[in-house]
Design a protein around this ligand. Structure first.
Ligand SMILES: NC(=O)C1=CN([C@@H]2O[C@H](COP(=O)(O)OP(=O)(O)OC[C@H]3O[C@@H](n4cnc5c(N)ncnc54)[C@H](O)[C@@H]3O)[C@@H](O)[C@H]2O)[C@@H](O)CC1
Length: 519
């Protein structure tokens, strides 16, 4: 797993590390890593370091200092290192070191008026210098950015973004700590990966000492390129992470294997309520996910086979759909009796294609059962509108049951509106607010899915396959998720919010993997 921290945690860790080392020692260590990334990029493209032109976009804080020291290393290796200084007071020690190493220093807007836009002449000079470089080191602002980016910096970032986008040979952009302009702190709350008006998208971001949350959360994460974390000795172990990134390598730890004593009743029983006359396919798709009827690449197969093969899949629905499900998945135990099925369940999935009379009271019954027995419930698709209604009627029922709702972006907005959370454009933040208000885990499904817990943590995984963007994907995912929750539930892994969120990430990784190999 990888972790993202909030501003206060990172700052405190930085202060503790700084107390134990010489002035600028950490900055120089950070700079060496940035220089190494630049050198690796040159070599990968078949260039030599001597003679290669590298531009550093230099701001006024320690982020700028990292950039200047990196240019100094590169100049000593023979690169033509150009510092484009865009702050009236660049960090003095790093500037002197860069000059001494032969870095060429170019000042823009030396007077202290960051509201004045660059003149035409300055703009032309900036672009010409930037154009001559194959690598840009973006060191304008790091985690010290506060408030809205000042106008001149906004103008500069816009100019350079447009230059990079329109260039036939775009530069490799290496962001120091975080692409400039992305806020890590605001006065009132974590920024949840918000994007500024202007940004130069990075190919690589080198996170210094510890990664900030926006590096992992969309939409900001989608502009950060590959994130490389540099260990600077920050003691972050044991510090609360705001964001947890689950990878394929974590799956074996999240998916308990069956053992010699496993049987159909103790290996997890998942009950599915899905499909209707108009949407019969939803019942089949959810069942296929729960039965693990998905292909996986060889290295995931071992984990996946145990993960998505619960002891039993039960289906509750009308007789015609029961027949359909059994015809495709004969292992399914079907019934029309919800109460009887619930009694034997370790997890319940409800919602794909699930329309018709009586759903509201069924949902109430499921949540009451979940509340009493501590059994995890996944609410998807049609159950989401019922969820909003139920929350309005009886909020306590929601918060007390281990519940996860799984909206895509359109459904998320509808739930937000129904709960009175209007006008929040950032889906991750909206999901976090719904989670907090309703006391449920919210899995925001999309290119990069994020699960938000009521306690304010975000769980995510690398972006999924583009092939997931089609009808029926969510139905399969809900089945996979139900199977994982049932297995974990039967193994005594508590259906606490963190466990639900981790299960959601395991399910999204497996789901994405399965469509990539042909399902
Ligand atoms: N202190 C240390 O030893 C270490 C610092 N590190 C680096 O230092 C960075 C943090 O340094 P700082 O705290 O100096 O902060 P930053 O360098 O991130 O930001 C401060 C600079 O941003 C400008 N700024 C702030 N708000 C602005 C706005 N709204 N519009 C335009 N400009 C604005 C300020 O004028 C100042 O020049 C990290 O992101 C990281 O790159 C890391 O290398 C780790 C070690």
């Amino acid at each position: 797993m990888r972790f993202g921290y909030d501003y206060a945690t990172l700052r405190a860790a930085e202060q503790r590390a700084l107390a134990n080392c010489a002035p600028d020692a950490l900055l120089k260590q950070a700079a060496r890593k940035v220089a190494a990334v630049a050198i690796a990029d040159l070599k990968a493209d078949g260039f030599f370091v001597p003679g290669s032109v590298i531009a550093g976009l230099i701001g006024g804080g320690n982020n700028g200092a990292d950039g200047l020291y990196a240019l100094a290393y590169l100049a000593r290796r023979g690169a033509v290192a150009q510092a484009l200084v865009l702050h009236p007071r660049p960090p003095a020690g790093a500037l002197a070191a860069a000059q001494a190493a032969g870095v060429r220093i170019h000042f823009f807007g030396a007077e202290d008026d960051s509201a004045r836009p660059l003149t035409e002449t300055e703009t032309a000079r900036l672009l010409s210098l930037a154009r001559s470089a194959g690598i840009w080191i973006d060191a304008l602002t790091g985690i010290g950015l506060t408030g809205q980016l000042r106008p001149r910096l906004q103008q500069v970032i816009k100019l350079l973004r447009e230059e990079a986008e329109s260039s036939p040979k775009p530069p490799t952009v290496i962001a120091v700590d975080i692409p400039s302009g992305i806020p890590v702190v605001s006065e009132t709350e974590t920024t949840w990966g918000a994007l500024p008006a202007e940004i130069i998208p990075a190919d690589v971001t080198v996170a210094m000492g510890g990664a900030s949350s926006p590096l992992w959360l969309p939409p900001a994460s989608l502009q950060c390129g590959t994130v490389e974390e540099l260990d600077l000795g920050f003691d972050l172990l044991g510090q609360p992470a705001r964001t947890i990134v689950v990878g394929r390598e974590d799956l074996p730890d999240l998916l308990p294997p069956a053992d010699a004593w496993s049987h159909k009743y103790n290996r997890g029983v998942v009950t599915i309520l899905a499909g209707s006359e108009n949407y019969p396919g939803a019942a089949l798709l959810a069942a296929s996910g729960a039965h693990g009827q998905t292909a996986f690449s060889a290295d995931l197969r071992a984990a996946a086979l145990t993960a998505v093969h619960p002891g039993m899949v039960r289906y509750v629905g009308p007789p015609a759909l029961q027949q359909l499900v059994v015809a495709s998945y004969p292992r399914t135990v079907v019934s029309a009796d919800l109460s009887a099925a619930l009694l034997k369940s370790d997890a319940v999935v409800c919602g794909p294609g699930w329309v018709g009379e009586g759903r509201y009271s069924q949902l109430r019954e499921i949540l009451k059962f979940a509340q009493t027995e501590g059994v995890a419930v996944v609410l998807d698709a049609s159950a989401l509108d019922l969820f909003a209604r139920l929350y309005q009627d009886s909020p306590a029922t929601m918060a007390a049951a281990p519940t996860m709702i799984t909206p895509h972006l359109g459904e998320l907005r509808r739930i937000g509106d129904a709960l009175g959370l209007v006008g929040e454009p950032n889906p991750v933040k909206l999901g976090a607010r719904i989670a907090q208000l309703a006391g449920v885990v919210v899995l925001v499904k999309g290119h990069q899915s994020v699960a938000l817990t009521p306690a304010g943590q975000a769980y995510t995984a690398p972006p999924g396959s583009p092939l997931l963007a089609r009808a029926g994907s969510g139905d399969i995912l809900s089945g996979i998720l139900g199977a994982i929750l049932a297995i974990r539930g039967s193994c005594g892994i508590a259906a606490a919010d963190e466990s639900l969120a981790l299960s959601a990430m395991a399910a999204t990784i497996l789901h994405s993997e399965s469509v990539n190999v042909g399902n």
